[in-house]
Ligand binder design. Sequence first.
Ligand code: LRH
Length: 491
Amino acid sequence: ALASTFAAVDLGATSGRVIVGRVGRENLDLTEAHRFPNTPVRLPDGLRWDVLALFQGALDGLREAARSGGVASVGVDTWAVDHGLLDADGALLGHPFHYRDSRTDAAAARVHSLVGPEELYRITGLQHLPFTTVFQLAAAEGTVQRKAARTLLLIPDLLIHWLTGSVGAEETNASTTGLFDARTGTWSQDLLRRLSLDPGLLPQLRAPGDPAGTLLPHVAAYTGLGPRTPVTTVASHDTASAVVAVPATEPDFAYISCGTWSLAGLELDAPVLTEESRAANFTNERGIDGTIRYLRNIMGMWLLEECRRTWDRENLPAHLSALLADAARAEPFASLVDPDAPVFLAPGDMPARIRDYCARTGQRVPGSQGAIVRCVLESLALAHRRALRQAAELAGRDINRIHLVGGGSRNDLLCQLTADATGLPVVAGPTEATALGNILVQARATGLVGDLADMRRLIASTQHLRHYTPRGDGTAWHAAAARLDPAPGHR
Ligand code: LRH
């Protein structure tokens, strides 16, 4: 029935999709209505998102959803941090910047001169990432657009504004801005004052499940969805939606939301804001129902995706399955990188940066494509191990299994290496965790499903999951971990 069908607009760093989900007591089926590329554009002043193309992709997807029978509501999630600025007339000022644009490199120091990094952490609980919204705003300081800005909308909130006319800031995503108080769950008026930011720039918060308006008449007409079709606030930070859909049925689980980034950590009921946690660069992002995602951003499949884009440009083979087969045969532990090294953040020739890293650290320089992919996957597995061990220690928790969700859960070799490196069983899937989390939060708003545990039981009983058991006694991984993580200060 229409009443149990929902559309998820789910935008990732490389593609966007509109997914239709049908939710029942015992069933949960997804259909991909539309998929479209997300191609950032480099302008003279930096790397931008083509947000109009993304909005048009969402509209076309919603039109497909209408053709396939209509939906009871729509939810929107995207990557975090990035935003558009609106002027006093409500017009978008320029094109939203991509978080991989390097213009923020110097801005963090300016913010830190007003509020030191220790204090910033005690308030926001965020790991230091150079592109956090607060640093992007500092980098824009003094520009004409920044002066004209009256409203800041995070990307999902911007799309919702264009779909419905409503203005709001969804709280899971607001928690990634560096302007949000991790303890109170509200914008930090204290930070805004000290950074001389106008509090009026930040819209009222809305929580997952809250209504976010109905489709504007021209949107309803274009898509063919009913004019009163509601947009429901979901966990609009894609990682928050993905963690909703972790199919955990018991406590003491860790998760890795593995896509362009690997977000590896724990679900807690209160933030960890200690100095040790800051030094280890752990983040406290907000999940649904007041949960905290205590995790570290790990560079993730970006390393592999960017290698493949480079090889594709150079007319070298770039098919994932062939590369993974080569990697599976390549020599283990020949070379390792720290995936979180800042040199890997920006777009560009990734194989060259990996080779340079290995040369600089006195390791064997990987020659073949298979050797590079092996190096990437082993390095990621080690980074997963490091993040989860530290998270457990800093939060005082045990881990007895890992749920690996998202696109990376399709990568058999990465799942197995993660099990081997951590010595923990890995449950892989669902692949479409983000869209599932988006859809389930909408279903809950209509009363179709219950609490977080109910949603997770439904995922566990309906979605395809694969199980990986650790191989070997871990000695080789222990030695490899010591190579990746030498004594502090030698990184
Ligand atoms: C993953 C993600 C991650 C953020 C990054 C900007 O898509 O939302 O959680 O840190 O993008």
